[in-house]
Design a protein around this ligand. Structure first.
Ligand SMILES: *Cc1c(COP(=O)(O)O)cnc(C)c1O
Length: 417
């Protein structure tokens, strides 16, 4: 009998095999039919230290025995307090307030609502949001509105709100992008939201820290709130705890999820500076921040996040990331001269390249064939169109990295030259 499960981003009509995973450890997934799969994309960018990190698993088990779930409107618990204190300690000092939610998309919705609430409560309502071309911020209606439009959201287009799109600051076109941002800010935007340094789902596109710093400066000069979506880039992916660090940028609002719990269980936070919080602070109930979901700051998820913060504090995480970044970049360099490898690029622990001749297009390109090619080689790699990227957990060893790059080279060899 076929499964009643309807999978995300999956065309069931194509009948592709859906492996049954029973166990995970470090950088490996184990399937019911006895295969060991190398998780080369950190299970869609969430697993940072490695699967089933013992400290995170122990924290979840201990918390599950003590307090499972509690309303968070007007109540609190120690795991949430510990996470909030730990975040304020490790993140840029201006980000003094921590609002919990449960996914990256929700953290983005919360950021947008905070920004609009800020303007309304200041008595000068502003609604326009500026975004960067090729961005991805999640799959809820608001998050889709501020992300790239395409086949993914065509059916919902009539519901998506209008935004101002700033061209991607590709090499040579940086000034044009900055000028467009300046013009958008001058026209009176509420906020600019951006994935710092690395656009993930848009195709692993990288732009330099000096452009990010300049974007921040332009927003500040016009009083436009600067929202950093570090849902993917946060927790060391780009080589530093936050990508913003590399540009000395402190956002007004910061979105974090994915690696917040080390990738073990869902949790998200939206961090905000004092002025954002102050704009909602009043004795007037009409000015409170109107957002909640049932599982806001779930204690078990918070215990996992608290353990993640301890790991960042106690273990040589930054050294591991630097080592992985070096190894990743060496292997990418070895592939770079292959005639079917285009635009090889790297930032921190992430490498990416296009395989083949043409431009990437999610549906018409080689993505599905590549996916199958890697699956047959026991690799979890999920190309974005023709863009193959490697974003492994930080614990991956040399042997597994070799296997990944050997398979990518084989895929490049197999393409018509
Ligand atoms: C994954 C992602 C999101 C959405 O997070 P979900 O937890 O999948 O809702 C938002 N922004 C960025 C940059 C992401 O990579």
């Amino acid at each position: 009998m076929s499964s009643p499960v309807w999978h995300p981003f999956t065309q069931h009509g194509l009948g592709e095999p859906i492996p049954l995973v029973t166990r995970a450890e470090g950088a490996a997934l184990h399937t019911a039919d006895g295969r060991r799969i190398i998780d080369a994309i950190s299970s869609w960018w969430v697993t940072t230290h490695g699967h089933c990190h013992p400290r995170i698993m122990a924290a979840i088990a201990a918390q599950a025995a003590a307090l499972d779930q509690i309303i968070f409107a007007g109540w609190t618990h120690e795991p949430a307090e510990a996470v909030a204190r730990g975040l304020v300690e490790i993140m840029p000092p201006a980000l003094e307030h921590v609002f919990f939610s449960d996914s990256g998309s929700t953290s983005v919705e919360v950021a947008l609502k905070m920004a609009l609430g800020y303007w309304l409560n200041r008595g000068e309502p502003r609604h326009r949001v500026l975004v960067l071309e090729h961005s991805y911020h999640g799959d809820t209606i608001g998050a889709m509105s501020i992300g790239a439009r395409g086949v993914f959201n065509q059916a919902y287009a009539p519901l998506l709100f209008d935004v101002g799109t700033i061209p991607f600051p590709a090499g040579g076109a940086e000034q044009a992008a900055l000028d467009a941002l300046e013009a958008g800010c001058r026209a009176g935007a509420a906020a600019f939201i951006v994935e710092p340094l690395l656009l993930g789902a848009g195709g692993m596109l990288i732009y330099p820290p000096r452009v990010l710093a300049e974007m921040r400066r332009i927003c500040a000069a016009h009083g436009v709130l600067f929202i950093a979506d570090e849902v993917m880039t946060g927790w060391g992916r780009t080589g530093t705890l936050l990508a913003c660090e590399q540009a000395d940028v402190v956002p007004d609002i910061l979105c974090l999820s994915k690696g917040l719990t080390g990738g073990a269980v869902p949790l998200a936070v939206t961090m905000a500076t004092a002025p954002i919080y102050a704009a909602h602070l009043s004795t007037d109930r009409a000015r409170m921040f109107f957002h909640s979901s049932s599982y806001t700051a779930n204690p078990i998820a918070c215990a996992a996040a608290a353990a993640n913060l301890e790991i960042w504090r106690d273990e040589p995480v930054r050294e591991r990331i630097a080592g992985l970044a070096r190894h990743q970049q060496d292997r990418l360099a070895a592939l770079a001269s292959h005639p079917n490898v285009r635009n090889p690029r790297a930032i921190g622990t992430v490498t990416a390249m296009e395989l083949s001749e043409g431009e990437g297009d999610y549906l018409s390109s080689r993505g599905p064939a590549l996916l199958a090619f890697f699956r047959e080689r026991d690799l979890l790699l999920r190309p974005l169109g023709n863009t193959v990227y490697v974003m492994p957990p930080y614990c991956i060893d040399d042997g597994d990295l070799d296997a990944i790059y050997t398979a990518i080279a084989a895929a490049a060899d197999a393409l018509p030259g």
